[in-house]
Design a binder for this molecule. Structure first.
Ligand code: OSB
Ligand code: MG
Length: 375
């Protein structure tokens, strides 16, 4: 394709309920949407991408304003320059055109996503079809934030379980770990339960983490810091709960290292965190080859990223339910047609590309900033 322009559209979406993790409390989300306007074989086509960077660099080094700046100043001008030199832009080639920029994976992932959407739309192919995914629905798990009191947490979990979510993930941090897990286990019995620490512990906290062992959790996600691969491997030998890595896995390379070191027996794959859906598939394939289970994580995506994740999670190695909940878990009104959960699952979208697009009136209403970058 030949890209004519890319709009960087920042939207503001209030959350239905504050979402507290070990690193912050979020009350609203500011997704950065990318709209690619391109032509393929003389026909004009649009593609949509979503950058998952949060407003602050507390989960990952990337953050909203930094991602927008990196796109505007370096990634998109670099891509346009390469295109001017004759590159045929495809989802498979954009990565190489942005490789000179170190890091900024979430920003790069959003470009690849928008190009992929345009490419698939123009070909009339769904992302699921492109991936060879035949499942029509994927199991839906829910990520539950830290609350100030146990009864409030139990009320939240009760609501999600009643809605039919098939797996519950509790956010934990030092001081909010054994007690909430015990309370949820006692109240809800043998539901599929796991926890996510978002890097809040140290290896010296092993005695606390060991106290989670009796609760038969599916996994503990990212107990230690992003760069503590070796220490996760040490911890894995000291606790019974399987360790799943999120923050530490930023590429297929780091996934390979984590697996080789014994730092992870499960991997949370988030396409944005690893630089895009193509790299996400590579990590999936690597994990399958190594007997490591994967599941699809979430970043409070709008319907765009949520739909794309639902298709990705249809790949056979995704053997655990993902953080692929319905739009209404986070948003009163999603910017696309809402993603819905039914019978514990979310449908794999079948329309061309990612199968959804922002609803124009809502996009106008939610937009707080828009920048056009042209070739
Ligand atoms: O660690 O998985 C995480 C949200 C923002 C940043 C990091 C994480 C999360 C979640 C929410 O847990 C997942 C979702 O979108 O449902
Ligand atoms: Mg996580």
């Amino acid at each position: 394709m030949h890209i004519e322009k890319i709009d960087l559209i920042t939207v503001r979406m209030p959350l239905v309920h504050p979402f507290t993790t070990s690193f912050s409390t979020q009350t609203e989300r500011y997704p950065l949407l990318l709209r690619v306007t391109a032509s393929i074989d003389g026909r004009s086509v649009i593609g949509w991408g979503e950058c998952v960077a949060l407003k602050e660099p507390f989960y990952s080094p990337e953050y909203l304003d930094g991602a927008r700046e990196a796109l505007q100043r370096f990634l998109l001008p670099g891509l346009f320059a390469t295109q001017a030199q004759g590159l045929r832009v495809t989802a498979q080639s954009v990565g190489a055109a942005m490789r000179h920029v170190v890091g900024h994976r979430m920003a790069k992932a959003a470009v690849e996503m928008a190009v992929l959407d345009a490419q698939l739309r123009s070909a009339g192919i769904s992302f699921a079809e492109h991936l060879g995914v035949t499942r029509t629905s994927v199991p839906s798990g829910v990520s539950v934030g830290i609350e100030d009191k146990i009864p409030n947490l139990l009320a939240q979990v009760d609501d999600y379980v009643a809605q039919g979510y098939v797996r519950v993930k509790l956010k934990i941090r030092p001081g909010w770990d054994v007690e909430p897990v015990k309370a949820v286990r006692e109240r809800f019995g043998d539901i599929a339960l796991q926890v996510d620490a978002n890097a809040a512990y140290r290896l010296s906290d092993v005695s606390t983490l060991r106290r989670l062992d009796p609760f038969d959790l599916l996994l503990i996600e990212q107990p230690l810091a992003e760069e503590d691969l070796r220490q996760h491997a040490v911890l894995a030998r000291q606790i019974a709960t399987p360790i799943c890595l999120d923050e530490s896995v930023v590429s297929a390379q780091s996934a390979a290292d984590a697996i080789a070191l014994g730092a992870a027996s499960v991997i949370n794959i988030k396409p944005g965190r690893v630089g895009g859906y193509l790299e996400a598939v590579r990590i999936h394939d690597l994990a399958v080859a190594n007997g490591v289970a994967v599941w699809c994580g979430g970043m409070l995506e709008t319907g765009l990223g949520r739909s794309a994740n639902a298709a990705l999670a249809g790949l056979p190695g995704f053997t655990l339910p993902g953080d692929i909940s319905a739009s209404d878990r986070f948003y009163q009104r999603d910017i696309t047609e809402p993603v819905v959960m039914e019978d514990g699952g979310v449908a794999v979208p079948q329309g061309p590309g990612f199968g959804v697009e922002p609803i124009p009136e809502l996009l106008t209403e939610y937009t707080v900033d828009s920048v056009e970058v042209t070739a």
